[in-house]
Design a protein around this ligand. Structure first.
Ligand code: UP5
Ligand code: MG
Length: 190
């Protein structure tokens, strides 16, 4: 058994809002373990697992992979880690995702970050990334934005009502944005 209860931060925001970039800064400064749900799913695709083809098709369409697949991958990483502080990046993406995580892991996040940024800026960032992601093209980006607005905003509202949401203005330089993020973690003694 781990010495401490886990400290969980969900990191939410639309495509290209800067979740991964800011998570790297949080890891560096506060010693969290970064679990990007998207990265874990992409790793499943490249490892030729049974669900790889289904995951690839889902990501190409900008849709959401079934909760049990994603929750299992996140939980496996949490259980095998020595750390107790986790950044869960890009998850939960729907109310269904959120409830599945709560049910299967029995855990809830301590804090939830939301990187807020206009759609046209998200599109610009994603299309100029150039890392060869199958979903970084204009057609899929439009679908990702629609899915984000329809399914992820309700999750954000849920945590806002619970008083766990920290909304960050994600326009500006990486360092300017991190200066909004830093006090959230400096003040919670993790
Ligand atoms: N950039 C970053 N910060 C900047 C700044 N301040 N100023 C200017 N540029 C900035 O950043 C995006 C780009 O912008 C980069 O080039 C960066 O340098 C630059 P990044 O930090 O990568 O943004 P991020 O929010 O992480 O964007 P990402 O595209 O990863 O977000 P998505 O949520 O779309 O992608 P994710 O990998 O989480 O999910 C991909 C797909 O997987 C989903 O669409 C879905 O199909 C599937 N998925 C699920 O089904 N379930 C899940 O639980 C998770 C994913
Ligand atoms: Mg990312």
């Amino acid at each position: 058994p781990k010495e401490k209860n886990p400290f969980i931060a969900f990191v939410l925001g639309g495509p290209g809002s800067g979740k991964g970039t800011q998570c790297a800064k949080i890891v560096e400064t506060f010693g969290f373990t970064h679990l990007s749900a998207g990265d874990l799913l992409r790793k499943e695709i490249s490892s030729n697992s049974d669900s790889g083809t289904m995951i690839l098709d889902t990501i190409k369409e900008g849709r959401i992979v079934p909760s049990e697949v994603t929750v299992k991958l996140i939980q496996r990483e949490m259980e095998s880690s020595e750390n107790y502080k986790f950044l869960i990046d890009g998850f939960p993406r729907s109310e269904e995702n959120r409830m599945a995580f709560e049910r299967i892991s029995g855990a809830e996040p301590n804090v939830v970050l939301f990187f807020d940024i206009p759609e046209e800026e998200m599109v610009k960032r994603v299309l100029s990334r150039n890392e060869g992601r199958v979903d970084d093209n204009i057609d899929t980006v439009k679908k990702r934005l629609k899915v984000f607005a329809a399914l992820n905003l309700p999750v954000i509202n849920h945590y806002s009502e619970k008083g766990k949401l920290f909304k960050i203005n994600a326009i500006g330089t990486v360092d300017e944005i991190f200066e909004q993020v830093r006090p959230i973690f400096s003040s919670c003694e993790v």
